[in-house]
Design a protein around this ligand. Structure first.
Ligand code: B16
Ligand code: MG
Length: 216
């Protein structure tokens, strides 16, 4: 029996990836750092700090801690401005119906997002009542691909990883799920989330029967 489904937020429940890109791009342009959509792909599911590290590495730049904090704040301010436009209309296709469906079957649900803005996104989507537990960028220290965030969510839900399924759009997220002994469903192309137990191109393609059959 699958007892719980644990969902990543950005890229699984709603598509905030473009807002993250716009925020990083604006910050990078202003700071004279090179940044493009290809590098942006490496930031999927990765924490804010680690994202900036990747951008700095790409630019072969090292910055003082104070400057790093300043650039992260800038990007986050731009990102938070974009979040104001998110409403109940911004769920990815089919995902809300899927969650309502599994909850009717008695399956527990959680959010496990690396984002420190998860609370705000969930509030704007009016999604709070869809989840028993919300784990976010404040919940654990070690970020994906460490399994800590998913283990935190499973513990709060009182379920074992072997009875739980993680839904993720990021390569590091699937690695984190596998590292924690969870079943995993990848949303996206094979080269990104092909390691997952099940993979779908888009959220609207998820098949409930296949998910429930994962630990049979
Ligand atoms: P913040 P997820 C992740 O969310 C994003 O995919 C990633 O691009 C972002 O850098 C990270 O959250 C941190 O977000 O700057 O808002 O704390 O996919 O784990 O829901
Ligand atoms: Mg994600």
């Amino acid at each position: 029996m699958i007892e719980a489904c644990i969902f990543d937020l950005d890229g699984v429940i709603t598509d905030t990836a473009e807002y993250h890109y716009q925020g990083w791009k604006r910050m990078a342009d202003e700071a004279g750092l090179k940044f493009n959509r290809e590098i942006n792909e490496q930031l999927r599911g990765v924490s804010r700090r680690q994202s900036l590290n990747i951008i700095l590495q790409y630019n072969k730049r090292e910055l003082a801690e104070k400057k790093i904090e300043e650039l992260m704040k800038k990007k986050n301010d731009y990102y938070k401005q974009s979040l104001e436009s998110i409403t109940e209309k911004d769920y990815l296709p089919g995902i809300k119906a899927f969650i309502l469906n599994i909850r009717k079957k008695g399956i527990k649900t959680a959010i496990a997002s690396a984002s420190k803005n998860a609370e705000k996104v969930i509030q704007n989507l009016n999604a709070k009542e869809l989840f028993d537990v919300i784990a976010d960028g404040y919940s654990v220290k070690k970020t994906k691909p460490a399994p800590d965030l998913f283990l935190f969510a499973a513990e709060r839900l009182n379920v074992n990883p072997s009875e739980s399924v993680v839904f993720e759009d990021a390569q590091v997220g699937i690695e984190a799920a596998l590292n924690g002994g969870f079943f995993s469903v990848g949303i996206g192309p094979d080269e990104r989330v092909g390691q997952a137990h099940l993979r779908y191109d888009r959220t609207e393609d998820i098949q409930l029967e296949d998910v429930l059959a994962l630990n049979r």
